[in-house]
Design a protein around this ligand. Structure first.
Ligand code: DGL
Length: 261
């Protein structure tokens, strides 16, 4: 029960998931890896993604984790099955199924999915939604410029031009949007300024629900009454990681360390 949960993404985006996990499961010990040396994941091949994530999973297993969370849509869409086959000894979950589950509860009919190139090309969101209801209209849009501006910290001064280019033509057209990349909730307020009062679905809340259900079901919840230990690593530059995430992630007394995989 005291064993940690491993959580990873290509960079700071998965911190949006880590934040919710920390809030909802405060007793759990968590290890986060931002694989910044390979960021962005969205323009990588399946082979590259599998190679990077295999190393991350091996590290987590060496740390005796009880569960691994892919806080990343790109790897959830492309290499989740392969990782689950390669590491059957540990439960590995991605974010897409739970995000679709959350979306379907809303009863929307016309959704825009924005995500990285590799996520959109895998068509997982469209497939899963239309398997459930073929009458839901699912529009897919690659938005590859967003992760680099978020990772660099440029998003802090506003990225209206980029977002307008991507989203203006969907104004008053869709009733919902899936933020199909864990980096995108970081610029949610800027997206809302363009698309207004529609339904917004992202991965953070839904995946946490799945993690806690799994832990409860298997009696793996950490029942100790102490606040869990959270370790945060980046495979890239520590100062840059802190700079780009300090606008939205509350570090308190947490620190970020470099990790070589
Ligand atoms: N945040 C990740 C995702 O959810 C990775 C984005 C990237 O590195 O391109 O897809």
């Amino acid at each position: 029960m005291k064993r940690p949960i491993g959580v990873f993404d290509s960079g700071v985006g998965g911190l949006t998931v880590l934040e919710t996990l920390k809030e909802q499961l405060p007793n759990e010990n968590l290890i986060y890896i931002g694989d910044n040396i390979h960021s962005p994941y969205g323009d990588k091949t399946k082979e590259q993604l599998l190679a990077y994530t295999t190393e991350i999973c091996k590290y987590f297993i060496s740390q005796n984790v009880k569960m691994i969370v892919l806080a990343c849509n790109t790897t959830s869409a492309n290499v989740l099955d392969e990782l689950q086959k390669q590491f059957p000894q540990v439960r590995i979950v991605g974010v897409i199924h739970s995000t679709v589950h959350e979306f379907l509860k809303k009863g929307c009919h016309h959704v825009l999915v924005i995500a990285t190139h590799a996520t959109i090309q895998a068509h997982k969101y469209k497939q899963l939604i239309n398997d459930y209801d073929k009458y839901i209209c699912v529009e897919e849009l690659e938005t590859p410029h967003l992760v680099p501006v978020i990772e660099s910290g440029e998003y802090k001064t506003g990225i209206a031009d980029i977002l307008n280019d991507y989203l203006l033509s969907y104004q008053n057209k869709v009733d919902s949007i899936i933020l199909g990349c864990t980096h995108y909730p970081i610029v949610l307020d800027q997206i809302q300024k363009i698309l207004g009062d529609i339904c917004y679905v992202s991965s953070s809340a839904s995946i946490c629900h799945e993690v806690s259900s799994y832990l409860k079901l298997h009696c793996l919840l950490n029942t100790q009454q102490t606040i869990g230990n959270v370790r945060i690593y980046t495979t890239g530059n520590v100062d840059e990681f802190i700079y780009s995430s300090s606008g939205f992630f509350d570090y308190n007394d947490l620190k970020v360390e470099f990790l070589k995989l």
